[in-house]
Design a protein around this ligand. Sequence first.
Ligand code: HEM
Length: 384
Amino acid sequence: SITEEQKQIVKSTASALKENGKEITSIFYKHMFEAHPELLNIFNRTNQKVGTQPLALANTIYYAAENIEHLDVLAPQVALIAHKHRALTVLPEHYPIVGKYLLIAIKEFLGDNGTQEILDAWGAAYGIIAKIFIDAEQELYNELGPDEHDKGFVPLNIVKKETVASGPIVALTLERHDGGKMHTYHPGQYITLRITKDGSFHNRHYSLLEPFDGKTYRVAIKDEVDCDPKGVVSNEIIDNYKVGDTILTSFPAGTFKLVKDVKHHLFVAGGIGITVLSSLILELHKENKANSATLIHCAATQEHAAFADQLKPILSENQYKLFCQGEKLAKDDLQRALTVDSHVYICGSLPFMNKIQDYLAECNHPASQIHIEAFQPSLSILRD
Ligand code: HEM
């Protein structure tokens, strides 16, 4: 529990800590991984390297601290994070470890200014925030049913591997052959694939490509050779996994989804961002509502525009606009496709999503009708 006085201490120190959040969480991760190298099996080291994960954690803790008196405002963020934690098998016993090293880091950072009172207040606040996450995650684990295996990673069989666009973008079709259940999902959700490399696990989330058919999961993976850092997991899967192999997978998670009963849906995809959006469009099609969709897809070339074959037959010419290199998407293009009722779904690289959000802000489009699905930890990209 937390006292009124402690709440005030947390609120009054939150902004100073927030300004240095990245530094504090970087100290935190360094100490925590030294003491608990086994946690490297669930954390994404690429996100550590580029600093987005420390920032996401810091932003959430400070946002929670600022709102400690009405934590219900956090509900959408809690749901998003809890889904990701469950997909990565974060467990209640991990919370005291994170809490311990977070306090050590705050203490180290504050030096002489870090009074016992301040540290106790932050310890109490962390306890409250942690409990909210633990409870939310418990519910998600429960939804997976009584089989303990299903709460972790299970081996699924690769039954098909095909190149679906230049890039290359490779689609994998997975089935379960151990007699267990394939859990259902809604378009917008992802599965998490786990590979072993250099002695530890690496996990990545991949959006599911189409509405559930009752027995398979399909994901698209892009070869990330030109990226820095390189796509550790994606490249390994593309290069070394073949039909007949199994791959460790945790069951579908994620909160991104279609808003129901809406007059118009505008999908804006940058490159591989089309994977999750095409899944939503296929869901509309399944419900005979594809005529309420417009898709704007920015891709390097026509050959890079994945899923065009699937989408073109269900979208009319004025519902599907492809922008290739050289023809830059301008604000006017977006505005032409937009109505006051449009719900806009955006997925792509960070600069791409920022640009689209800026355009929408210039069009005064309500933020409540904008839905983004980020490749990177989404709370690292909180915008003002
Ligand atoms: C991801 C917050 C506790 C492991 C995240 C993200 C946030 C977050 C904001 C990014 C979500 C996204 O947008 O993708 C928190 C908070 C915690 C907490 C506020 C405590 C109250 C934990 C614990 C563990 C953990 C106890 C396990 C030791 C992870 C992992 C990721 C993650 C592995 C995935 C991102 C990556 O690997 O880069 N968490 N977390 N978290 N969290 Fe936590």
